[in-house]
Design a protein around this ligand. Structure first.
Ligand code: PLP
Ligand code: COI
Length: 366
């Protein structure tokens, strides 16, 4: 398999003006604006990855018979580039995203993208669009969205022989419009996200398509997000829409963290994995285990569960304040962001922004 490739660079003939860019960067929201360029790499069976380009961000042409439009071979990743205080730009655990994309590719019978090529695509894009990385010191970053889909025009149900890998970038502020405020969640028993043996552990586009009606149902119940339960018993907590979950038992030096174990049907989040390490570093006990909705309800009522938070690249760390299902609703603590939640958030974002020591070698200068 090829590693790095020579990228052809096609500059944008009329990139956004500095004024327009500043306007966007001052209030980027999430996923609404895109930088001037994108990366494109083509895969052909028997040839491998070829035709690597950095080109103007623009609509792409796709054959109506492209297999992604019919049988849905489409996977993606999400990671961020952070401006450091000295003006340089760094990414967080980029190799973990590259490796996860390849695990997703394997599950969807798609080709692997060499991890060096994944890293190179990010460097190439940042080389031309570095001015789109928001300033240091705030919550903002540049969200990177690498993705791959089947382009071969054919209607036989089989893995495609041609694919495109694209990388686009979007300046990002808070994922939730209200910032670091606790969200409310609906425990979904009507809909299931993923079943054993299915695609839940892959960052597969179809998982998100299948989640939309459940998310709408959660919204109808007055909740911000849906929490997925296991497919078999509809009893054990799996994860949230685009985030993993953590439960804090007890408080202070005696606090213990619990996150649902990787069941095979939830996404192995890189933030989740990083927090396992950071929590242990800070002396907290952390367990990966099954946690039922009954335990959540009972231990929230008894005060044993003191905090709950969701974590992911886009959402960073977001407290969960109110939980609702067909049995009623309950709150966590006083419904405000908890101490352990906010301490872990400070440590994680501090490492990402270069204000805390990166003792695990997670940051890469781009
Ligand atoms: N779970 C789902 C379904 C997701 O889409 C994401 C986002 O990528 C996560 C969890 C969190 O993963 P990560 O921390 O790698 O962003
Ligand atoms: C991310 O956190 O990167 C995600 O992919 C979550 C969501 C935007 C799909």
């Amino acid at each position: 398999m090829t590693g790095v490739l020579d990228f052809v660079r096609i500059p944008h003939s009329s990139p956004s003006s500095a004024e327009r860019r500043q306007e966007i960067l001052s209030e980027p929201g999430f996923g609404q604006y895109f930088t001037d360029h994108m990366v494109s790499i083509t895969y052909t069976e028997g040839v491998g990855w070829h035709d690597a380009k950095v080109e103007p961000y623009a609509p792409i042409q796709i054959d109506p018979a492209a297999m992604v439009l019919h049988y849905g071979q489409a996977i993606f990743e999400g990671l961020k580039a952070y401006r450091q205080a000295d003006g340089s730009i760094s990414s967080f655990r980029m190799d973990a995203n590259a490796e996860r994309m390849n695990r997703s590719a394997e599950r969807l019978a798609m080709p692997a993208l060499p991890t060096e090529l994944f890293a190179q695509s990010i460097r190439e894009l940042l080389d031309v669009d570095h001015e789109w990385v928001p300033a240091a010191g705030g919550e903002e970053s540049l969200y990177l969205r690498p993705f791959m889909f089947a382009t071969e025009p054919a209607l036989g149900v089989r893995p495609a022989k041609e694919y495109r890998y694209l990388l686009i970038a979007s300046p990002a502020g808070a994922y939730f419009p209200r910032g670091v405020r606790p969200v409310s969640v609906w425990l979904s028993r009507e809909y299931v996200r993923a079943a054993p043996g299915g695609t839940g552990a892959a960052k597969f586009a179809g998982n998100y398509a299948a989640s939309l009606v459940a998310q709408a149902h959660a919204a109808e119940q007055g909740c911000d997000q849906v929490v997925w339960l296991d497919a078999i018993e509809r009893k054990y907590v799996e994860e949230m829409g685009g985030m993993n979950l953590y439960f804090v038992y007890g408080s202070g030096a005696d606090a213990r963290l619990v996150t649902p174990e990787l069941s095979g049907s939830l996404l192995p989040g890189i933030t989740r994995d990083s927090l396992l390490t950071l929590a242990k570093d800070s002396g907290l006990v952390v367990d990966e285990q099954r946690i039922s909705t009954d335990e959540w309800r009972e231990k929230a009522a008894s005060g044993e569960i003191t905090e709950v938070f969701a974590c992911g690249t886009a959402a960073v760390i977001t407290p969960v304040g109110r939980i609702k299902d067909h049995e009623g609703e309950f709150v966590i603590g006083d419904g405000e962001p908890g101490e352990v939640t906010m301490a872990l958030r400070d440590t994680l974002t501090g490492i990402q922004r270069g204000t805390f020591a990166d003792t695990h070698g997670w940051m890469t200068t781009l």
